[in-house]
Design a protein around this ligand. Structure first.
Ligand code: ASN
Length: 312
């Protein structure tokens, strides 16, 4: 157990680290530019949902964030996916800078890419197709990177970071093609060999959560990840969504999800009230880490939550 004194001096050291301060400044520019880009495209910004009886079940094991309050069980938000789908009943286009708490297991601390509290620029559009989201995100990434070059030259010089501005359209790789060519570590291999961000699309049904739309081939999903080059790895996942009750039930059955855990969301689906949408979430810390050429996402936050470590 770390003593209070050691922890507080570590906090103070982190707060005055010039690398951290530069990265946080760049992140602030990324967030500001992304928000005005989306507002300029008629997106309505929502405030984040932090607690709810329902949240994303995720596709991997994390410790639980359940607590009870006046007989109602709540979870901390792991992603706002279901709230995004529902918000598209009110507005055609929405976005949120959404804090997510995912209590990852401690070995994730070594990845350089995980925090147990992080943020997504999370967006969703009613009646949209995957390709529309991909094109929008390509423009957003290019706009944001140009803005960082223009507005953060001092910080970028200090960090010796000069990522090239990608050109549109980004390359697209199909999940199974990559898997067959490079084996199970294909994402790491491809991320290290590319020099610009690229899309990984058409994940097989077992690789992702139940809410990504199953294609007509019944094997792959209408989804995508954005993979950063030079080994920085994944920074975005998204896709078109399931919105019909029976299909959702079948997909939950396939993944072993319990419909009871999503009670009122399932009631709304059963009433035929969900609308078709597509969207995605950009990992803010991962994007900032790439733009700033940093070894670890913990340097993109003043108060980083490193899996398995006591922090502030
Ligand atoms: N935000 C992601 C999406 O829109 C979901 C996630 O983070 N698990 O698909």
């Amino acid at each position: 157990m770390e003593s209070i004194g050691r922890l507080s001096s570590r906090v103070l050291e982190h707060l005055s680290d010039p690398v951290v301060k530069s990265a946080v400044k760049v992140k602030s520019t990324i967030l500001g530019e992304a928000s005005s880009f989306l507002r300029g495209k008629n997106f309505v910004e929502l405030l984040p949902t932090i607690v709810s009886p329902i949240t994303d079940p995720l596709n991997h094991e994390v410790h639980t964030t359940r607590f009870t309050y006046y007989d109602q069980e709540y979870r901390l938000t792991q992603s706002m996916i279901f709230h995004k789908q529902l918000a598209c009943k009110s507005f055609e286009r929405i976005f949120i800078v959404s804090p997510n708490v995912r209590l990852e297991t401690s070995e994730k601390a070594l990845s350089g890419r995980h925090l147990f509290e992080f943020s997504q620029i999370d967006l969703e559009i009613r009646n949209a197709k995957r390709e529309q989201i991909m094109s929008l995100i390509e423009d957003l990434i290019i706009t944001v990177m140009l803005s960082v070059k223009r507005n953060c030259s001092e910080e970028m010089d200090f960090l010796s970071s000069d990522p090239s501005i990608p050109s549109k359209p980004f390359a697209t790789v199909k999940f199974m093609d990559a898997y067959e060519q490079y084996g199970k570590d294909f994402e790491t291999i491809l991320s290290a060999s590319f020099s610009e961000p690229f899309w990984l699309i058409d994940f097989p049904i077992w690789e992702r959560e139940f809410y990504d739309l199953l294609s007509e081939d019944k094997r792959t999903l209408k989804d995508m990840d954005l993979i950063l080059p030079h080994g920085f790895g994944e920074t975005l996942s998204g896709g078109e969504r399931e919105w019909e009750h029976q299909r959702i039930l079948e997909r939950m059955g396939f993944k072993g999800n319990d419909p009871e855990e999503l009670s009122w969301y399932m009631d709304i689906a059963e009433g035929g009230e969900l609308v078709p949408t597509a969207g995605c979430g950009i990992g803010v810390e991962r994007l900032t880490r790439y733009v700033c050429s940093l070894d670890n996402v913990s340097r993109t936050r003043l108060f980083p939550k490193v899996p398995g470590q006591s922090w502030i």
